[in-house]
Design a protein around this ligand. Structure first.
Ligand SMILES: [Zn+2]
Length: 539
């Protein structure tokens, strides 16, 4: 099969996503007071309403409506003041009511969109960039992705197929039903077909996940199925405006599967079209292990579901006051956080992106900066670096500390958390200690290697970095007399390299510094060594 890049040179992929998110942070289900709990014993959180017993009346969950309005506001949707619920009829054992309560033509949230940043290697999949603009950082582009609607619906139960090989219903001996998930509030976001590459689709889903996590409306676990994504995809010749027949792709339960499934389907459709055949409008299943998509069924149309108004639920009239009260609950979103880290602290773009994407790390970083700025109040810059938002002068000191803090969080802290499978709250690290350590490294009192040593102690034992330094007697070697002896010794050991350096091979400086660092078991101040070698070699 042809490579994706070669296919995309001739064909334009038109991709839309349908993203289902379970509102897992809510206590109770959408229309009854059954508890929402992942992993509970089967069929222990059920009642007449979510099982659809005759005569049971649904009552909507206000917190769920708040959550979907939050999602809509965060993705720039228009909140529809008037909407209602419908019954989507289907017969399948995973929903004992035989209909799913969902929304009809008008959803709570409609006509939104976000600006998607596509960076690094991901930017390479799209070489024709109509409708995009380059990123200020120069390593990618921004493209607007429209959101058609976000509507509210309820989840179905879970089926476990026993026997057979694939765990699918085909070939199974029997199936088990767990109705605990039945009636869990689910929001479905439908994008416009604005995505053009599998990478854009992957990044969009990641951005959306970050937004929903920041809103705290779901744990967004693709592994546990609280965030699920289907893709609609069609191809058209480059330059053509007409849409081709589309297929719907299912079972893309990780970011990698979403990317790989779409990439495979783009190549498959190109092959079909190039051989003069027609793409069938059908639902296909991505099989990650076989790395292919297989046909599941020819697509149903909306008519098959006999959508009709839910007679047991009154239409909604969301008041302006309600929408305003939800708007007031909006936290800072990842995109705004990224911009703030770039403009206020001049973090490297990649660091700003990584930090802003992680709520815990970002909150810790912000607390640390607050502690740092309390300590650097009298140190505001007069060097022209000032002029952040709101005319606040930016402290050079704070910018230096921020970079060091970001580095400690993204590298040392993250590595520690990964190794021990901890969350930040499981450790003894405090923002104040991290600031202290950042300052010790920034001021050259500790080499970065010594910083790592002290960090290990701080995050494990909760001791203050300053105490650890005193206790262990760690001190960066900055005594120029002692260091000069080391410098002279290194130069005496490598006379041929000295000759090469003086003949213009100045890249050897790093080699000399490395030798001196080794000789001092990493205790020396590398910046100072750098200067001393340059000076001595110039003599
Ligand atoms: Zn119930």
């Amino acid at each position: 099969m042809k490579e994706l890049k070669a296919v995309l040179a001739n064909w334009e992929a038109v991709i839309g996503l349908e993203v289902h998110t379970e509102l897992t942070t809510l206590q109770t289900k959408m229309f009854c007071s059954c508890k929402i709990e992942y992993g509970a014993a089967p069929n222990t959180h059920v009642c007449p309403v979510c099982l659809g017993m005759p005569g049971a009346l649904p009552q909507p969950n206000k917190a769920a409506i708040q959550s979907i309005v939050l999602a809509g506001l965060a993705t720039n949707c228009q909140i529809q003041r008037r909407s209602m619920f419908y019954r989507k009829n289907y017969f399948y054992p995973d929903m004992s009511k035989n209909f799913q309560t969902t929304q009809g033509p008008v959803a709570f949230c409609m006509y939104g969109g976000i600006d998607l940043e596509v960076t690094g290697a991901a930017a390479c999949e799209r070489d024709q960039r109509q409708g995009t603009r380059p990123l200020a950082s120069g390593d990618g582009y921004v493209t607007p992705i429209g959101i058609q609607r976000i509507h509210m619906e309820e989840d179905a139960g879970k089926m476990v197929h026993v026997g057979g090989e694939s765990g699918r219903i085909t070939g199974a001996d029997y199936s088990l039903l767990d109705y605990n998930r039945c009636g869990t509030p689910l929001i479905e976001l439908v994008t416009k077909p604005d995505l053009r590459t599998p990478e854009e689709a992957r990044l969009f889903l990641q951005e959306l996940r970050q937004i929903f996590l920041a809103l705290r409306i779901s744990d967004c676990s693709m592994e546990q199925g609280s965030l699920r994504c289907d893709g609609n995809i069609s191809l058209r010749r480059r330059g053509s405006e007409q849409l081709g027949a589309k297929t719907e792709l299912k079972n893309m339960n990780s970011f990698k599967n979403l990317h790989d499934g779409l990439a495979y389907e783009i190549c498959r459709q190109a092959k079909v079209l190039e051989s003069g055949e027609r793409v069938l409008q059908e639902t296909r299943h991505w099989e990650p292990s076989a790395r292919r998509t297989v046909s599941m069924r020819i697509k149903e149309t909306a008519d098959d579901y006999r959508l009709f108004p839910e007679p047991d639920l009154a239409p909604y009239d969301l008041s302006d006051e309600f929408v305003a009260s939800v708007r007031a609950m909006l936290p800072e979103l990842p995109a705004a956080r990224r911009t703030r880290y770039l403009s206020d602290y001049e973090l490297p773009a990649a660091d700003a992106r990584l930090l802003a994407a992680d709520n815990d790390l970002a909150a810790f970083f912000d607390s640390a900066l607050l502690a740092a700025s309390a300590n650097t109040d009298g140190d505001l810059s007069a060097s022209g670096l000032g002029g952040g938002k709101g005319g606040q002068a930016k402290s050079v000191r704070l910018v230096t500390l921020a970079k060091q803090l970001a580095n400690l969080l993204l590298n040392d802290t993250q590595a520690y958390l990964n190794v021990h499978n901890f969350k930040l709250v499981d450790t003894s690290l405090t923002p104040e200690h991290l600031v202290q350590l950042a300052a010790l490294v920034a001021d050259g009192e500790l080499s970065s290697k010594q910083g790592k040593e002290v960090f290990a102690q701080t995050i494990k034992e909760g001791t203050s970095p300053r105490d650890t330094v005193n206790h262990l007697g760690i001190k960066q070697l900055s005594d120029t007399d002692a260091l000069q002896a080391v410098v002279n010794d290194v130069l005496a050991r490598f006379p041929d390299k000295v000759q090469q350096y003086r003949a213009g091979k100045t890249g050897l400086l790093g080699f000399f510094v490395g030798q001196a660092m080794q000789a001092t078991t990493g205790q020396a101040n590398p910046q100072l060594l750098n200067e001393m070698f340059m000076q001595t070699l110039a003599e």
